[in-house]
Write a protein that binds this ligand. Structure first.
Ligand SMILES: Nc1ncnc2c1ncn2[C@@H]1O[C@H](COP(=O)(O)OP(=O)(O)OP(=O)(O)O)[C@@H](O)[C@H]1O
Ligand SMILES: C=C(C)CCOP(=O)(O)O
Length: 260
């Protein structure tokens, strides 16, 4: 059990909750319900962040939102990821998790694709009152670019740092960061990253936020700045989310360098 009262941050990867190979948004209904049930077994405070999967990456790619400002594309993509958020929140509530959607487009401002400010007071109050904020990968306003694609993989470490949360995990569709033989690497630190760099690539599906490499880089940066250890694990396997939320170390650990 996670004995502390500190909240946990869980990311549900787009490949775990949607069919990321689809040309438009398709939810993996059975997986989403199983995941919602596992989340409902956790008694502590938590923030859920989910990826955009086929609800976001397909449209972001179609309108070139990772390269250009396109107002129509921004609206279509934002509306689509909001639909996914509503399905995630609906599934969580159907299992008694008091989940509320918080859309990053409404509360974050970016500069050159990185979060510059984010309004967090409502999230803090939700946590205090036992509600579960659900954020997600989104289109966000950007001071330099007009809009940018804001990945859940960037939101997770940002929230951890700003809210002082030290337990976080990204649940995707692989057993962790896989080596050349397809086996999960138990631990990566800033010091050992170069040993594994050649095995880590982008997503196998349509994706504008860097796939596995994007995740590892975000979490390594967090480990350097804050000494936080985080986890990348398979949310597609039954019980893994429950195990992670309750304090087990599963998948690949992204840890700070060891002190000598
Ligand atoms: N070494 C590696 N280990 C594991 N997965 C890898 C590796 N290199 C590349 N990948 C790819 O990265 C994918 C995970 O990244 P992806 O961004 O698709 O995940 P996600 O977080 O579930 O999706 P989303 O960004 O929509 O939330 C894997 O499914 C795999 O195709
Ligand atoms: C493609 C969009 C709109 C957001 C991407 O977020 P992610 O799936 O968490 O990387």
């Amino acid at each position: 059990m996670n004995a502390s009262n500190e909240p946990v941050i869980l990311k549900l990867g787009g490949s775990a909750i949607t069919d990321k190979g689809a040309y438009e948004g398709v939810v993996k209904e059975a997986d989403l319900l199983r995941i919602a049930q596992e989340v409902s077994g956790f008694r502590g405070k938590m923030i859920v962040v989910h990826g955009a999967g086929s609800f976001g990456h397909t449209y972001a790619k179609k309108y070139g939102l990772d390269r250009t400002f396109d107002p129509e594309g921004a609206i279509v993509t934002h509306e689509s990821v909001k639909k996914l958020a509503s399905k995630v929140v609906g599934a969580l509530n159907s299992f008694g998790v008091r989940a509320i959607a918080v859309h990053p487009m409404d509360c974050a401002v970016c500069r050159n694709g990185r979060i510059e400010t984010m309004y967090l007071d409502s999230i803090k109050l939700m946590l205090e009152k036992g509600l579960v904020p659900v954020l997600h990968g989104d289109v966000a306003m950007d001071i330099e670019l007009g809009t940018c694609i804001l990945s859940g993989d960037q939101i997770v470490p940002y929230l951890a740092k700003e809210l002082g949360i030290s337990r976080l995990g990204l649940g995707s569709a692989e057993d962790g960061v896989l080596d050349m033989e397809g086996k999960p690497v138990p631990e990566i630190t800033p010091e050992t990253f170069e040993e594994f760099r050649h095995c880590i690539g982008g997503s196998g599906s349509t994706d504008v936020t860097g796939g596995m490499l994007g995740k590892v880089l975000e979490l390594l940066e967090l480990s350097k700045n804050s000494s936080i250890t985080s986890y990348i694990f398979n949310a597609g396997k039954a019980d893994n989310i429950y195990r992670f939320l309750n304090g087990e170390s599963i998948g690949t650990r992204i840890s700070p360098d060891k002190r000598v």
